[in-house]
Design a protein. Structure first.
Ligand code: AMP
Ligand code: MG
Length: 276
């Protein structure tokens, strides 16, 4: 029924294998095209998102399991546009999107996973995290927002938390949108040049950019320590946006097809019912 030209392409190439202490992001391409042709990939992208929408609807109908997608990246790498492009074509009714900002008063009064757990997708839903509990080992680590003795233990807490979600019926996919520092400059500059994008520019972005090396190291550690068999990280080369969209859509379709979601059997015989 569903045929993809590049069905054979192995998204596993972009998955971080469990067990490393730290990865070197310098070894991962930021502007890869996966050997794909842009026009073909764009055409296939439409098929992939249609298939994803179908899988999402089935999962909603099944009502037993959920999917959680975690998106993390440096500023300007394209989290917002990935959400719009890849998940925009889905039925909003079966989606739950959470954009995590800096925690406020009552959130800070709890452990770092408290607010995150509350937004984990319910059965039947595809949950999208735009930033996530990973900020608690990224910005928190880089900016020293809590003592090292506390954030150091969070990697293990995160792995255990995600294992809990998986054991209770959630499939987890984590994508790090990978771009270079030069690419970030271009994207931030665009926010200054285009009046329609001014609202996106925050002077804080430049302060974070100045800490690029620290963030990168924090990502390298976080991704390595938390890429597990059941909650893998994918490093998505994100400078070619058509490839980024294609790859995220392909990872999603592959992941959800492997779930073998079945429409529930009706508990009635439709032929025996006459609507008058
Ligand atoms: P944006 O995604 O551009 O709307 O920015 C959201 C901001 O919230 C970023 O600067 C994040 O680093 C920050 N943020 C998100 N989660 C946390 C957290 N757990 N602790 C501190 N800052 C956070
Ligand atoms: Mg921002």
């Amino acid at each position: 029924m569903w045929r993809y030209y590049h069905a054979a392409m192995d998204t596993d190439l972009y998955r971080v294998k469990p067990g490393a202490k730290q990865i070197d992001l310098g070894e991962w391409a930021t502007n890869d095209n996966g050997g794909l042709d842009r026009a073909e990939a764009e055409a296939e992208f439409a098929t992939l998102t249609a298939r994803l929408a179908d899988l999402q609807e089935r999962m909603y109908a099944e009502g037993k399991r959920s999917v959680l997608v975690v998106l993390q990246a440096m500023d300007g790498a394209g989290k917002d546009s990935t959400i719009k492009s890849v998940f925009g074509p889905l039925n909003p009714q079966g989606l739950s999107l959470t954009s995590f900002k800096a925690p406020c008063g009552h959130e800070l009064a709890h452990d770092f996973l408290w607010r995150v757990h509350a937004h984990a997708p319910a059965r039947g839903y595809l949950g999208l995290f735009n930033r996530s509990h990973y900020e608690d080992v990224l910005v928190v680590r880089v900016r020293g927002l809590v003592p090292e003795s506390r954030w150091k233990k969070r990697y293990a807490h995160i792995v255990n938390f995600e294992e809990l979600l998986v054991d209770e019926g959630t499939t987890i996919v984590k994508c790090y949108l990978h771009v270079s520092r030069d690419y970030q400059r271009e994207r931030l500059q665009k926010r200054l040049d285009d009046p329609a994008k001014h609202w996106k520019f925050e002077s804080n972005d430049l302060k974070e950019r100045a800490l690029w090396k620290d963030y990168r190291e924090a990502f390298e550690v976080a991704v390595a320590k938390t890429s597990t068999k059941t909650a893998p990280w994918y490093i998505v080369p994100s400078e070619k946006r058509w490839f980024r969209n294609w790859l995220v859509a392909k990872i999603m379709v592959d992941t959800m097809e492997a779930m073998d979601i079945k429409l529930p059997e009706p508990d009635f015989d439709p032929k025996s019912i006459v609507i008058t």
